[in-house]
Design a protein around this ligand. Structure first.
Ligand SMILES: [Zn+2]
Length: 683
């Protein structure tokens, strides 16, 4: 973000919240007195207990307690698909969750069960699904039952104090457990996390963080801050400082050259450029700012994102990593764990910083990269998705930097099972972070999808809801319903791409909105008030790697609609029987097309057409919008190593007839071309 942009967002936000939240100046910090600590202790069983004044810098926004936001419309259908798919059933047949050592079994006892709970918990409470809630509660109980008197969780090895033990899974598990407390207010869980964090402080004093723990230290700040804000125990900040001191310094690494270089093929896997670590660490400096309060820390997420975009960026909002940062080539691919972790990082960074650009990025990833890498029924997923992905096959001739031949298959655990365990948090956490509380008892819409949020303002129950087929449509209807008259601010994020956005409160005149800002509606609300938002989506043609072009409109990227030929493979492998099988996908229509773009604004040649948003909103048949663009076949463009050949820069010759190509949203495709060569008009 440029300084000018930064000022604009601060300006928009300062109008919306107190100045300290936007500028990094902290308010007077009141130390907690002994009496306040005691009274906090009596309240702490409740997830809705007031947040204590603390030594931590206050975030711009605060997520609502889990379960306060419910999905509507297409988002409700999407979450239901997920609960009926792998997320709701993985524990029933996959030993690494169902028979995890975390739950008293003999299978994997490291990150996989906590990863699954990290998505299953917010899914259960966001959907208000009693079956899933009961199931999750049972597993959380198993974890509690196995916690030792000294505070370590069950899978922590008995001899860990004399050998080395990578503490990553403990950081992760506590992050997961505080979500459960947030949803239920179960005081046993808060006590368990507190005991685990206390013994963790001893653990890191004995054996400093290394490997995964060292590169994911900031994940531990989330439970440490959560418990600190409910108990005021100062040793939790000591723990946070120790994790910070022992953890890897990404801000410094992003001042060097190495991060700008694609990882060479085979054998140069590094912790610092590991794509999931990269996706996770985007929130690190924002969290550390709450602890340390240095102004420059507030700009680090944007600075590091700019470096990632410039050297590894993909049009779907991600960066490549297969599985370390791999340059801008649209066939290089991105691991699914990185997609969901990046979304969570953006949600956390948004809460701390209140930067509307983070909301734009979150929507770009949520509406493009996330849905594209699942089958529409969410039973199968990929390890690596490619922006130009013309087939998904078992491919020993692949060009992944470190991954294996099954990495772009849709399956149960293609390449490696981490994504099988970790994929579940994407949609539910997106839903649970759409609306956030702001100072002055108000609420902010930080990302848009059909939903409703319940909260209290000045003791008055309030429901805000959004009804829209956004991102497939431009019009959004926000309704504010209050039980009694009450004043509070409503902050509406205005995307940077919407240059002529407007808002109209019922019965009043339309107002123009400033792009890339939070628009503040401050009024005395009574009864039901309808607020109409319009975000005109001007089509854009953007220039990508090697002068290839992509079509974008609003938060959506558009890809060639290729007919698909699916093959169920590995059918004789136990666990791969339907519905959770492995699949290859091959193109059943030509994919090697270039776009014919005109002088002037090339987007003028693109026509968009609305279709109903389907029962499966992110499927080729369910696509709520399509585009038609002139182009022609490029017979010389073929496969190389089983992938779409690298596109050369410049205009490409073709004598094939000009036709209109159909594009659909990237997130609705399973195979696709997204970065197109440009073709010459006269052959
Ligand atoms: Zn993974």
């Amino acid at each position: 973000m440029s300084n000018m942009d930064r000022r604009r967002f601060i300006g928009g936000l300062a109008a919306g919240t107190t100045a300290w939240a936007a500028t990094g100046e902290q308010p007077f910090l009141q130390r907690i007195t002994h009496n306040e600590q005691r009274s906090a202790t009596t309240r702490r069983g409740s997830s809705t207990a007031p947040i204590l004044q603390s030594e931590l810098r206050a975030p711009a926004f605060r997520p609502l307690p889990l379960g306060s936001i419910r999905p509507r419309g297409w988002l409700a259908r999407q979450l239901r698909i997920q609960a009926d798919g792998l997320t709701g059933h993985l524990d029933e047949f996959w030993p690494d969750v169902g028979q995890s050592q975390w739950f008293g079994g003999e299978a994997e006892g490291w990150e996989r069960a906590p990863y699954w709970l990290d998505g299953a918990i917010p899914l259960a409470w966001t959907l208000d699904d009693e079956t899933l809630k009961t199931k999750v509660t049972g597993y959380v109980g198993e974890i509690l039952d196995r916690q030792r008197p000294d505070g370590w969780y069950g899978p922590y090895p008995e001899n860990a104090s004399t050998t080395r033990y990578d503490l990553w899974a403990i950081l992760l598990a506590n992050k997961v457990m505080v979500q459960y407390h947030d949803a239920t207010g179960d005081e046993r869980v808060l006590r368990a996390v507190e005991a685990s964090l206390r013994v963790l402080l001893e653990g890191v004093q004995r054996t400093p963080l290394y490997n995964w723990g060292q590169y994911r230290w900031y994940e531990g700040l989330i439970p440490a801050f959560y418990v600190y804000e409910r108990t005021g125990e100062p040793w939790l900040l000591e723990l946070a400082r120790r994790l910070r001191q022992q953890g890897f310094d990404y801000a410094e690494f992003y001042c060097g050259e190495d991060v700008t270089l694609p990882t060479p093929r085979r054998g140069l896997w590094t912790w610092a450029k590991h794509v999931v670590n990269t996706a996770m660490m985007i929130k690190a400096e924002a969290l550390a700012w709450r602890l340390e309060g240095r102004d420059e820390q507030r700009g680090e997420a944007a600075r590091m994102l700019a470096i990632l975009d410039r050297f590894h960026g993909q049009v779907n909002g991600m960066f490549t990593g297969d599985e370390c940062l791999a340059g801008k080539n649209p066939v290089q691919g991105t691991e699914l764990c990185a997609v969901v972790e990046f979304m969570y990082s953006l949600e956390v960074a948004m809460a701390v910083l209140g930067d509307p650009a983070l909301g734009d990025r979150l929507e770009r990833v949520a509406f493009n990269a996330l849905p594209a890498t699942f089958t529409p029924d969410m039973w199968a997923h990929q390890y690596d998705q490619q922006v130009n992905q013309v087939q998904c096959t078992h491919n020993p001739d692949h060009m992944w930097t470190t991954n294996g031949p099954e990495s772009n298959l849709y399956g149960l655990e293609p390449n490696y099972g981490c994504c099988t365990a970790n994929m579940h948090q994407g949609w539910p956490k997106f839903a649970s972070h759409l609306w956030m509380k702001i100072p002055d008892e108000g609420i902010a819409a930080v990302a848009y999808a059909p939903s409703e949020a319940r909260f209290e303002s000045g003791g008055v129950p309030v429901t805000v809801s959004l009804d829209a087929d956004y991102p497939f449509r431009e019009n959004l209807e926000v309704t504010v319903a209050v039980d009694a008259e009450v004043s509070f601010p409503l902050l509406l994020r205005v995307p940077a791409w919407s240059e002529t956005a407007t808002v109209r409160v019922q019965g009043e005149s339309e107002q123009r909105l400033e792009p890339e800002s939070f628009h503040r509606l401050e009024r005395r609300w009574s009864g039901k008030t309808h607020v109409s938002l319009r975000f005109p989506m001007r089509p854009r043609v953007t220039i990508r790697y090697n002068e290839a072009v992509s079509v974008e409109r609003g938060p959506l990227v558009y890809s060639l609609d290729i007919e698909e030929d699916w093959t169920h493979i590995n059918a004789d492998v136990p666990g791969r029987e339907l519905p959770h099988g492995d699949f290859e996908v091959r193109p059943a229509s030509p994919w090697n097309c270039g776009l014919l773009l005109q002088d002037g604004d090339p987007a003028d040649a693109i026509q968009f057409e609305e279709q109903p948003v389907g029962e499966r909103p992110f499927s080729p048949d369910g696509a709520g919008m399509s585009a038609s663009v002139p182009g022609r076949l490029l017979p010389a463009w073929g496969l190389a190593h089983g992938w779409a050949q690298e596109i050369r820069p410049g205009l490409h010759p073709s004598t094939d007839p000009i036709e209109r190509l159909k594009l659909i949203p990237y997130g609705c495709t399973n195979i696709r071309v997204t970065e197109f060569p440009c073709v010459q008009e006269v052959s």
